[in-house]
Design a binder for this molecule. Structure first.
Ligand code: SF4
Length: 351
């Protein structure tokens, strides 16, 4: 049965317990329902097989258990990555990416249906702002892909690196993290930000923190302002200062993401400048060769392999730990917003 009641996945845990308490008794039933939702990720009351039928019917009369619906799955790429396009109840479309990585599997989630931050190298930014996703819409991406691939929770990593700026949807992000922590340790969850300093400071105050990744992409303020206009509001120097005060935890470091654009930010001198910028921070750099896309400025090109190697070598010689993200699922348009970009070109969905 469907109705217009609240989606229970959208309620933070204390509110969920209160909402259920008005219908459900005895209290241990509330715990059972929470377990069906938060551990098993079911999307129907009928799946709650240890809950009496009448109670399931009463719940379905008042509430919903909604996940976004999959409208498209790409064919798995050579590395096994698969991208999902979901539609939301209001017709907005969002993406998630499933990425098997040996003994681990990562799922990349979207946090907003669009993005107002406007990074010029990003397809989501190109299509502009969208609304915040609810906890249920974020959890739905996670459970849908996890169920489809039948991945054991102990193998899962989650990254908030899909569409949107998660720290501009802070409250819903925290409610989502609280559910994910039931199954996945905070050190296996990463939140990636364009550098929203108040959000970083709020994240720092949480008793349980995910890993932090910060998209830096240029070694100086001028170029960062060009490709990341948010730098005008949150200057690069202040961003670095916020990372210095971010609490460091044993065995964990901040990831500095750096999209490499041929001839723009990928020279030997750029690597030296980046090493200087982040000197003294406990960080590693994730160099991301740019994924070309017809929606983005034609001058933005992926560097040649030799340039990527030289950039990485220079960082290493300057004492910086570096990994290179060799485009998981490049052929399935795995960069942020690219699949929805293709979908918009095909279907001309506005907004
Ligand atoms: S890179 Fe992230 S923050 Fe920047 S426009 Fe794209 S989705 Fe928004």
């Amino acid at each position: 049965m469907t109705n217009d009641g609240a989606n229970l996945y959208d309620l933070p845990q204390p509110q969920l317990a209160r909402a259920l308490g008005t219908i459900v008794s005895p209290p241990f039933r509330v715990k059972q329902i929470e377990e069906w939702m938060y551990v098993h990720g079911v999307d129907s009351f009928d799946a709650m097989t240890n809950i009496p039928k009448e109670l399931r019917a009463a719940l379905a009369e008042h509430y919903r258990l909604d996940f976004p619906q999959v409208v498209e799955r790409t064919t798995p790429s050579a590395d096994g990555s698969q991208k999902y396009l979901f539609t939301l109840r209001d017709g907005n479309r969002i993406e998630a990416v499933y990425m098997p990585m040996g003994e681990r599997t990562s799922i990349c989630l979207s946090s907003q249906a669009g993005c107002a931050v406007g990074c010029t190298f990003c397809v989501t930014g190109f299509f502009g702002a969208g609304r915040n996703l609810t906890p249920g819409e974020m959890l739905g991406q996670f459970f849908t892909t996890q169920h489809e691939h039948n991945v054991p929770m102990e193998m899962m990593n989650v990254v908030f690196m899909g569409m949107g700026e998660p720290l501009l949807n802070f409250e819903n992000l925290v409610a989502t993290l609280d559910v994910l922590y039931r199954n996945i340790a905070p050190k296996r969850i990463t939140v990636s930000t364009s550098g929203i300093i108040p959000g970083i400071d709020e994240l720092a105050k949480l008793p349980r923190r995910p890993n932090l990744a910060v998209s830096v992409n240029a070694p100086d303020r001028r170029r960062r302002e060009e490709i990341m206009p948010i730098t005008k509001k949150y200057p690069l120097e202040e961003l670095i200062a916020s990372l210095k005060r971010y609490p460091s935890e044993k065995g964990r470091e901040i990831t500095i993401e750096y999209v490499l654009l041929a001839g723009y930010n990928d020279s030997h001198l750029d690597a030296v400048a980046l090493a200087k910028l982040i000197h003294g921070l406990r960080v590693k750099v994730n160099a991301i060769p740019f994924n070309e896309d017809p929606n983005l400025p034609p001058w933005m090109k992926r560097p040649k392999e030799g340039s990527i190697d030289r950039f990485v070598d220079t960082l290493v010689r300057n004492g910086v730990a570096v990994t290179v993200r060799r485009s998981k699922g490049r052929e399935i348009a795995a960069a942020c917003g690219q699949l929805r970009g293709q979908d918009k070109r095909r279907t001309k969905v506005p907004g």
